[in-house]
Design a protein around this ligand. Structure first.
Ligand code: SF4
Ligand code: SF4
Length: 340
């Protein structure tokens, strides 16, 4: 009998913290589904000393704190290696999320021991699928640099953002990842923020995939990746009947930090000036106004309240008006580990 790896829901871990730190918003690419919104997030690049001070504000060395350094494209920051070292000295577990271009010779200026994970983004298993979404020539550059990073000994992961443009090609990713030597695979669902909030992929199309398609395709691909030895994570999205709803904004410690000083607790809110905190004069200041956290407390049959408010098209209803599915927190994950 063949043993099949099974997915488990990763509940929000009490005590664990995640800091998603956008150190700049500039990028060399112009992905069609880019979620960066310069009107809301600014266009500045934080100087090294400011990054170091903000890292100190969020550091809690006594607790497991994961730091994800993002942009824009974070490797465009010329002092990224110094930022990584400063973060490690504050006991963060550090991941860099790159589009694969690895500017400023990152692989030569940081050692695999200094960086917990180097994460790459690809949205297709070949150039024909990936490049119309992320840009001409991106697949070739990204895969070449993944191979270089793996050869240098870095732990590598890969993010694939599932949308109507690429879900039909997701099943070809596990074989590619195994060939590239990727250790972890993160399947994401497209969010309607940044470009997707204002522009459909093509006239009349939708970015999002139907629930049935998601539930048929994604868990199976995740299991296939796990069978190839790749640890795979994907968003829960649809709660089972017996599962209770939890909002990470209430029960978990996640902070999404932008270079204009905005600090959100919920990524769905990032297109709107309803952030919970601001970094001001080197302090984290709670904003006593209509902020995202006031919404987290609303208990609705659809599950996630921000999804109901900002992405209502994702919810389908029975004729009696009750929702067909409850939508989980976008930060609730399913994890499927390789059998060893
Ligand atoms: S790589 Fe990221 S930041 Fe750059 S355009 Fe693409 S989605 Fe936007
Ligand atoms: S996605 Fe929904 S459930 Fe999760 S933090 Fe945001 S509002 Fe809360």
């Amino acid at each position: 009998m063949t043993t099949v790896p099974t997915a488990r829901t990763v509940g929000f871990q009490s005590g664990e913290r995640n800091i998603f730190f956008h150190i700049l918003t500039a990028c060399n690419l112009a992905c069609r589904h880019c979620y960066i919104n310069p009107g809301q997030h600014g266009t500045n690049t934080l100087p090294f000393e400011t990054v170091r001070q903000w890292l100190k504000l969020f550091a809690q060395p006594e607790r497991q704190t994961n730091l994800v350094l993002l942009g824009g494209e974070p490797t465009l920051h010329p002092e990224l290696p110094a930022i990584i070292r400063a973060a490690k000295s504050m006991r963060y577990a550090v991941t860099v999320d790159s589009n694969g271009y690895l500017f400023h010779d990152l692989l030569d200026r940081v050692s695999p021991r200094e960086l917990d994970y180097l994460s790459f983004s690809l949205d297709g298993p070949d150039a024909a699928v990936n490049d119309p979404i992320r840009g001409e020539g991106v697949f070739a550059v990204c895969t070449k640099n993944i191979l270089r990073a793996v050869a240098c000994g870095f732990n590598t992961s890969l993010i694939y953002t599932v949308s109507s443009l690429n879900i039909d090609h997701l099943h070809r990713m596990p074989a590619l990842l195994a060939n590239l030597g990727i250790r972890r695979f993160f399947i994401q669902v497209i969010g309607l923020r940044g470009n997707p909030a204002v522009k459909k992929p093509d006239a009349g199309d939708s970015w999002q995939v139907a629930p049935e398609q998601w539930l048929t395709v994604v868990p199976e691909v995740a299991a296939a990746a796990a069978r190839l030895g790749i640890h795979t994570t994907y968003p829960k999205v649809y709660l089972d009947e017996e599962e209770s709803f939890q909002c990470a904004g209430i029960v978990a410690d996640n902070f999404f930090v932008f270079p204009n000083g905005r600090v959100y607790r919920c990524p769905l809110c990032e297109d709107h000036p309803i952030h919970s905190y601001r970094v001001e004069e080197n302090r984290i200041v709670y904003r006593n106004t209509l902020t995202e956290d006031r919404f987290f407390l609303l208990n609705i049959p659809e599950g996630c309240v921000m999804n109901r408010l900002l992405q209502p098209d994702t919810i389908q209803y029975h004729p009696d008006g009750t929702p067909m599915h409850r939508i989980s927190c976008c930060l609730l994950k399913q994890e499927i580990a390789p059998l060893v």
